[in-house]
Design a protein around this ligand. Structure first.
Ligand code: SAM
Length: 240
């Protein structure tokens, strides 16, 4: 049936995503630097420093992987705050948790699916998801969960690859479809995973579509900020 087919498709996607991240976890940080030319640090720095946060706030980092945003949130909310590093993938979460521990930061961690968050309603001041939403099977369900766990007045930040400004598209396509898998092959010995990552970037909704999806999930004052000519966009929405 149609639904039967859809289920297989979705299971396949979730399984593939799990495989990709178990496989890239060890090399993830190095590859991030190589593939983005270090730019992912700039994009994350912008996200962390511009977020509406106060000392003592509670923050949930979804699909937190190796913990870059969690580290930034922990510094911003201070000792009285609470920052949860979460991810669906045990390999990624272990790398992130160990890295933060080595830096002297013991944050609470949870292995969980963004589509089924194990947190109460109206709990967090800020929820972040950085380079994770595009891997989620039901983005609408995940966004609804993010809305649920936010306090009224709380903010969702989505940092994600987006659609590059048109004149740059041919160069960008060449880079993501030829260079990315090649670098994945040479450096991480894993061309397939990086091919998947390039495809998932291309399939991800553009700036305006994601904005509408956030509005549909109930968020207000939704806006976005393009970074590096739209290679990446930071979407922001508030729960009123
Ligand atoms: N946030 C980190 C960063 O910006 O470097 C890691 C991003 S990494 C590209 C994407 C992460 O999304 C992976 O760690 C993966 O396990 C996680 N992920 C994929 N699907 C997920 C889901 N349904 N729920 C939670 N995490 C998920």
């Amino acid at each position: 049936t149609h639904f039967g087919y859809q289920t297989v498709d979705e299971d396949e996607k979730a399984g593939r995503v799990a495989g990709v991240f178990h496989s890239v976890a060890k090399n993830y940080d190095v590859m991030n630097d190589v593939m983005s030319g270090g730019l992912h640090r700039v994009w994350k720095h912008f996200t962390i420093t511009t977020a509406p946060l106060r000392k003592g706030d509670k923050v949930l980092d979804i699909a937190g992987g190796s913990g870059d945003l969690s580290r930034g949130w922990a510094k911003r909310v201070g000792h009285g705050g609470e920052v949860w590093l979460t991810d669906i993938n045990s390999s990624m979460l272990t790398v992130g948790r160990d890295r933060l521990l080595n830096e002297g930061m013991a944050l609470p961690v949870a292995l969980c699916d963004a589509e089924k968050l194990p947190f109460p309603d109206n709990y967090f001041n800020l929820v972040s998801v950085s380079f994770g939403l595009r891997n989620m099977t039901h983005k609408d369900v995940a966004l609804a969960e993010m809305y649920r766990v936010l306090q009224p007045g709380g903010t969702l930040l989505v940092l994600e690859f987006s659609h590059v400004f048109k004149p740059l598209k041919p160069v960008y396509d060449l880079y993501s479809f030829k260079m990315l898998p090649l670098m994945g092959k040479l450096i991480a010995k894993d061309a397939d995973s990086y091919q998947y990552l390039a495809e998932s970037i291309r399939m991800h909704p553009d700036q305006e579509t994601l904005k509408q999806m956030m509005l549909d999930a109930g968020f207000d004052s939704v806006s976005y900020h393009n970074l590096t000519a739209g290679v990446v966009a930071l979407h922001k929405g508030v729960k009123f």
